[in-house]
Design a protein around this ligand. Sequence first.
Ligand code: AMP
Length: 498
Amino acid sequence: MIKRIQVVGAGGRVGSVVSARLAERGVLVDEEEPELVLLCVPDRAIAEVARGIDSDPWVAHVSGATPLATLDPHRRRFAMHPLQSFSKARGPEQLDGAWAAVTSETDEARAVGFWLAETLGLYPFALADERRASYHAGAAVASNYLVTLRHAAGSLLETAGAPPEALDPLMRGVIDNGFELTGPIARGDWKTVERHLAAIRAERPELEELYLVLAESTAALAGRELPRDTVSQVASSGSPTVCGTIQDLRAALEGRRSGSVGLVPTMGSLHEGHLSLLRAARYECDTVVMSLFVNPAQFADPADLGRYPRNDERDIALAGEIGVDLVFAPSAEEMYPDGFQTWVDVIELGSSLEGEFRPGHFRGVATIVLKLLSIARPTRVYFGQKDAQQVEVIRRMIRDLALDVELRVLPTIRDPDGLALSSRNALLSAEERQRALALSRALATRDPVAARNLLAESNGLFVDYVEIADFDPPVLAGAVRVGDTRLIDNVPLEGDET
Ligand code: AMP
């Protein structure tokens, strides 16, 4: 049909592929006096290049978004947009099997456009000029946004320690299987969708909106509707409800008892250690309660209690970011009303190690934890391995009193230099913090004698104890004083946890 074609922009992504294919098919490229000038130039350059063509050949562009009028003043014109994402690293085979949208105003132009597409190895179809915005939006969603989806999905795999490239065969499989919808939304498994949302909120909150929008569209595709609960559970998680009284917390929990409840007891001044517990609870439970209470009963020394760092406003905001539903922040009077005289004492476990240096400490801990359990009645309660003896005391209490709660213990979170995170670290000067590092380094030997020797060599550290404790798992535990601040740490002696 046409023998001589000039490709303008033959060095570009589309231009190079098109030129190579035309050459393969014996069509002369870059001829003098071309019958067709094909503009493979950036969209913004099309109008100017078209205006610069003096003779009267066919003029066409290969843009998906650009209207035909951009080729003015030429009348023998059309557009042929290959629906493919081209890479310069590959050749004309990229055209094989792809489709092409041909926009034309006359039958003749349409015939030339279809001929060109077929000559290139494309399947042509007609596209009305005034419809190209929706057409091009569709193309962008399918190609560009697929890249965005791969990035989003990849970052979620990364947070799980999984290789993002594992997604690629999965994504190809979905295409090869004809886009058959599988997965939780297709099944109407809203609990799983809620868990996804909770994990996203905790790990990659910036993806929450994207996930929700896609979940809603996917549900519609499956002929379902995303339950309002599923959406609101997350949407409402930006600001937790703060309850100051036992009665308020019980009332707030009343409507939530059909699902699981996770309780994370804290004394506030939240750091990544606390946040790891909150994230786990958010992931595992339908409702998450964080208690925020500096428990006077576990401080033997009033000066220590007075010094304890507090930052309720920031803590509530952080809890909100993770998706905590309820923050229980009672006053000391609420928890220890006048005449309070009932105490829980885990006698033996509570009197060794920390108990020896802080008499009454674990009595205060066990009592407040039992009271929190009795108020919140959680399915699961979350503690950090950082306070290994505390975990052991609580485990014993749960067993001894047959409490109906699952104890979840999460690994110690440390700064990159090994220092275990603690609210008390805020009380250390820069120089004290440097000295405090000796504790985690000593415990990392997993050997009490070596650890004691290392600590003995450290200036300005007073060692209260370094002992192996027969907990579950056994740990090498230590406590030191740095200036006015007392720090504790431990390393499990079984497993590879630090
Ligand atoms: P606290 O506010 O110090 O009473 O701690 C509240 C909870 O956070 C307890 O279960 C602690 O064991 C836990 N926790 C404190 N520090 C860490 C840490 N560095 N890593 C993991 N959990 C921690």
